[in-house]
Design a protein around this ligand. Structure first.
Ligand SMILES: [Zn+2]
Length: 432
């Protein structure tokens, strides 16, 4: 397969993208009603030709994470022999959601990731080192790998390697691009700094940070992002992948939000009651994926809180919708003493403190209207007050800080793939 970025709509005018999107949505509805047992039932009273405007589309029912987790077979639209890879994501019911991918789905994923990386300036001249999990059912790591191959970059898969090995890889492979989780780069930077690694001479120009947000609600880089840029003398980009959509949203060279791929996904932002929100207002990301064969979805409630970046086209020339940083999960919104706090606010405050080696935030029910929050940090006991003050200043609410150690914090996380920073033990009313 040859990478053909001209297949993307991202440089078309906003009007052209809107017209193509409406046609794609109509075709998508026609398709899923024919092939998907779930949508045959859920959209039984809707004809694709009735969708004459975006308003018509916005009246279609949502697809909840619970429905997908409980009835995965109803969503699968291909014969078992067409599936060439299965990936998984943490399920809303505690069970992982398995997502089947066909050969075409893998090509679509590679195309999506190649577009994303290309928008950061990565080319066939680059050498990219992947420092994240390629196993454990991960779509993201596999997608980054395929996208880099499609661009033609010389790509090495190191995995979550020991820090002394990372140093050796940097010195021998001489990567120009690193891809991994921000928390991994944070610890790697500290260890390599202690070992006298010459960051500025390393030749690394770009660090692609996956899976964790590095921006605040004002789209400013947080302390960790700034520190990574300063330490490595490289540009730090944020990318965010949704397994169920087999797509990602990545910052371009302008770094003003993650570009969506209009030919692959249609994004919406809605409030708790499912009403569309204006650009700039945070709410839940809802997305419809185009061209997915294994697991096509309509108005899928991702559970992630973000917003559409307001304003005109991006200075990079792309007219695709951009979304802001992921501020948290809908299920994670903390309600305490009459106020609501996005978990990202607390995480950004903790990330700013070099003295904290690791942390986890535990959420529990207190009573019907209040959540109990405890923040476990790996830090010196003498720092409790300093950390508590810092978090209070950022969140405008005080939370208890409990001193712990790295291994205890690790054991609180459970065993899912991501570096979990929030553990939610609250009883929830699931949304279907
Ligand atoms: Zn841009």
């Amino acid at each position: 397969m040859k990478f053909n970025p001209k297949l993307s709509w991202e440089f078309l005018s906003a009007d052209e993208i809107a017209a193509k999107t409406l046609r794609a949505l109509r075709n998508h509805i026609k398709h899923v009603k024919e092939v998907s047992p779930y949508y045959k039932e859920a959209l039984w009273d809707i004809a694709a030709d009735d969708i004459k405007s975006m308003d018509d589309f916005n009246r279609l029912p949502f697809t909840g994470r619970i429905s997908l987790a409980e009835h995965p077979a109803k969503f699968i639209t291909v014969e078992p022999h067409s599936v060439v890879e299965t990936v998984a994501t943490g399920g809303a019911t505690g069970k992982p959601i398995l997502c089947p991918l066909t050969a075409n789905d893998l090509e679509r994923l590679a195309f999506s990731q190649a577009l994303s990386f290309r928008s950061t300036g990565i080319s066939a001249e680059d050498r990219a080192l992947l420092l994240l999990a390629m196993d454990r059912w991960s779509l993201a790591g596999m997608g980054y790998y395929r996208g880099l191959l499609l661009i033609g970059a010389n790509t090495g898969r190191a995995g979550v390697a020991a820090h002394d090995l990372c140093r050796q890889y940097c010195e021998s492979f001489k990567p120009t691009v690193l891809v991994g989780a921000p928390s991994f780069f944070r610890r790697l930077s500290v260890d390599l700094g202690k070992a006298g690694f010459d960051f500025k001479e390393s030749g690394i120009k770009r660090i692609i940070c996956a899976g964790e947000s590095l921006k605040n609600q004002n789209m400013e880089m947080n302390a960790l992002g700034k520190r990574l840029q300063e330490t490595w003398g490289a540009k730090v980009f944020v990318t965010y992948t949704i397994t169920e959509l087999a797509d990602s949203f990545c910052e371009c060279v302008e770094q003003k939000g993650g570009h969506t791929h209009p030919e692959l996904v249609y994004p919406e932002i809605v409030d708790e009651n499912g009403r569309l929100l204006p650009d700039g207002t945070p709410g839940e990301l809802v997305a419809t994926s185009f061209g997915v064969e294994g697991l096509p979805l309509v108005r899928y409630r991702t559970g992630d809180i973000t917003f559409k970046v307001p304003g005109d086209a991006c200075a990079c020339g792309r007219n695709s919708v951009r979304i802001g940083p992921i501020l948290g999960r809908t299920s994670e919104l903390i309600r305490t003493r009459g106020a609501s706090v996005y978990p990202l606010t607390i995480m950004n405050a903790l990330d700013e403190m070099d003295e904290i080696s690791d942390y986890v935030i535990i959420l529990e029910n207190d009573d019907a209207h209040t959540d109990r929050v405890s923040i476990h940090v790996a830090a010196k006991p003498a720092l409790v007050e300093k950390i508590a003050n810092h978090v209070r200043t950022a969140a405008r609410i005080s939370f208890p800080i409990l001193i712990s150690n790295i291994s205890t914090i690790q054991s609180m996380r459970g065993n899912w793939r991501k570096q979990v920073r929030i553990v939610d033990w609250r009883q929830q009313t699931p949304r279907r």
